[in-house]
Ligand binder design. Sequence first.
Ligand code: NAD
Length: 498
Amino acid sequence: MSNLFVELKTPVTGAYKQPTGLFINNEFVEGVDKKTFEVINPATEEVICSVSEATEKDVDLAVAAARKAFKGEWRKVSPAQRGRLLNKLADIAEQNTDVLAAVESLDNGKSITLAKGDVAGVVGCLRYYAGWADKVEGKTIDIEPDMFHYTRHEPIGVCGQIIPWNFPLLMLAWKIGPALATGNTVILKTAEQTPLSGLVFAQYVKEAGFPPGVLNIISGFGKVAGAAISSHMDIDKVAFTGSTVVGRQIMKAAAASNLKKVTLELGGKSPNIVFNDADIEQTISWVNFGIYYNHGQCCCAGSRIYVQEGIYDKFVAAFKARAEANKVGDPFHPETFQGPQVSQLQYDRIMGYIETGKKEGATVATGGARHGDKGYFIQPTIFTDVTNKMTIMQEEIFGPVCAIAKFKDEEEVIELGNDSTYGLAAAVHTKDLNTAIRVSNALHAGTVWVNCYNLLNTALPFGGFKASGIGRELGEAALANYTQNKSVAIRLGGAMFG
Ligand code: NAD
């Protein structure tokens, strides 16, 4: 085994071969400066292994490979063949579900059950975009008798993609699916907290038959490799998922370099609204899933819960009991629902928000402390007695922490729900169809769930209003992020200007 692979073990796979290099031009390579960084298991706080760290020089090499592929071999691959390659990649990922899911659990801390769900989402996403590859169509536009006008949707070129650590594989699939289906080439940087599953996946890119340079996957830090991508003069587009703070930096870097196209999928502080007539048992399950799924590390987490006054007391008591029953612990235990937060930094940030909530006068109804004595585990936490002005009602906590507020009527809850700089998602729980539709229409959010939460589908666009982002991922809408319109006007003869 070369020094760019290490043998690791998980309870699901036993020993497996973990790539540790940078995946550039269909090969694993060391970084030019031979730098590496350690990857930590968030459940044990122990080092799993070290991986190569990409610097600006490696980004340059990856960009050169992607540019060469874009101008050369990839250009000659037909749209239908691009679809076949994506389908092949999906098949290989599906055959390797166990290893991909296990590596995700090991590195990110999410439960193995959720990780398998993520891999199924990856496979579905790649197949969905494989289907689009040969269905990207322009128009003929009939406007003048002696002219022929048509439009083409051409690939943008070399795309930089920067993804977060909360869904390492799923975010990778959401990014590469539409980009490759539409004929672009890609340099994708995984998050420094979770590089391992992307490197396992990289092996399948070559196996599926993608030409060298079409999809490059590198590990590295935001301030180095991420910044090099967003400011690169030969990257035509950057797509980012992560914090709003970094989203702003990426836009600035894009503006200051070559004005590359930018799409952003940022944070949220999503309202989850429960009316008096909601089915309380069902609603509690959805509200629980809405905030505690993936340990609260979801951009669309339903972290502000508004409950109508008629059922408020009953709801709080029942929801508290439900949250306390969530199984927190070893990601590899089949019954675990909530694993550790991804890193010490995230753990500290979340505990900081819990302290701020207490200081600002909110009541901890349950949780509020560390779970266990090893690993970055936090108890499922509920605050009550909150006002919309409090920090915990305005800022994204990105952990297993929510706050419940009481409301009187529809008008008030629409005001409260929209009182946020974010606008990613929202939910309404009611048996009244009119209320459901009226409130959904009035909420400023890219996605509104009714009587459910966190049900995403590859075919349904996802993205934010307000400071939650620019552009839409998933669905047909995502194709627009990776194509540019060309209008062709052909003169069919006759004298100039008639
Ligand atoms: P982050 O935004 O710093 O990191 C996300 C990605 O951006 C990583 O790949 C990182 O390396 C990269 N990055 C960081 N700085 C960069 C820069 N200057 N230029 C280019 N790329 C850069 O997120 P974080 O610090 O890991 O988490 C902080 C907060 O962000 C979380 O608490 C949460 O609120 C939010 N977050 C949101 C999402 C989401 O899905 N919207 C995901 C992760 C984190």
